[in-house]
Ligand binder design. Structure first.
Ligand SMILES: [Fe+2]
Ligand SMILES: [Fe+2]
Length: 207
């Protein structure tokens, strides 16, 4: 058990402190940078990408937390596959934030630890809730990505393309969690998750 905790600590520190490797190329690679963006646009877009980056930190924490107690091999391989796609998202967000002269959130270590705990608890409760929890998380992430798409200046095709690709991936993660047997969560849990994600998105927009 101690070994596993140390491995998790190492993984968490790596996610929080190093630039992740990109497995897939950034979806906006062929698009050119908009020249008409104001400084204010750039600042705002960097903040939205910071929120998205923190969302991905939470996703990593959730996946690692869910894997910690999970014994089902099929769920394990799906979680690992989705987690590796989330690493791409993390890398895309981080490099775009740098291009827009923004910074990642100082709250990320806290968010990671909190998400890990939530994921671990969900996986202890019941396998089908574990998957239901995953599909609900993905659905909520896709929703907030959609709200960002509406707020980004359409001239910034690069940022938009990254967010759109992430949204498609999240929707696929959601579908695969449902296919594997994820059940719909009770409404109260969904509301609590929605409130937690609202707190995450509003705080990381600022810090
Ligand atoms: Fe993601
Ligand atoms: Fe996802």
């Amino acid at each position: 058990m101690i070994d596993r905790i140390l491995i998790e600590l190492d993984k968490g520190l790596k996610i929080l402190s190093t630039t992740p490797n990109k497995n897939r190329k950034r979806p906006d690679e062929g698009l050119s940078e908009a020249t008409s963006l104001s400084l204010e646009d750039k600042e705002n877009h960097a903040k939205y990408m910071r929120v998205n980056h923190s969302g991905e930190i939470c996703a990593q924490g959730l996946y690692r937390g869910q894997l910690f107690f999970n014994k089902n091999k099929e769920i394990e391989s799906k979680l690992k596959e989705a987690a590796s796609e989330e690493v791409d998202h993390l890398a895309w967000c981080e490099s775009r934030i740098n291009e827009l002269n923004g910074s990642t959130s100082k709250l990320n270590p806290l968010l990671y630890i909190g998400s890990f705990g939530i994921g671990a608890i969900a996986s202890i409760v019941d396998e089908k809730y574990n998957l239901g929890f995953l599909s609900e998380t993905e659905a909520q992430v896709a929703l907030h990505l959609d709200s960002h798409i509406k707020k980004i200046n359409p001239a910034d095709k690069k940022t938009l393309k990254i967010i759109q690709s992430m949204k498609e991936d999240e929707e696929n993660h959601k579908e695969s969690a449902i296919k594997m047997g994820g059940v719909e969560l009770p409404n109260l849990i969904k509301k609590i998750m929605g409130a937690a994600s609202k707190i995450m998105t509003t705080t990381t927009y600022r810090v």
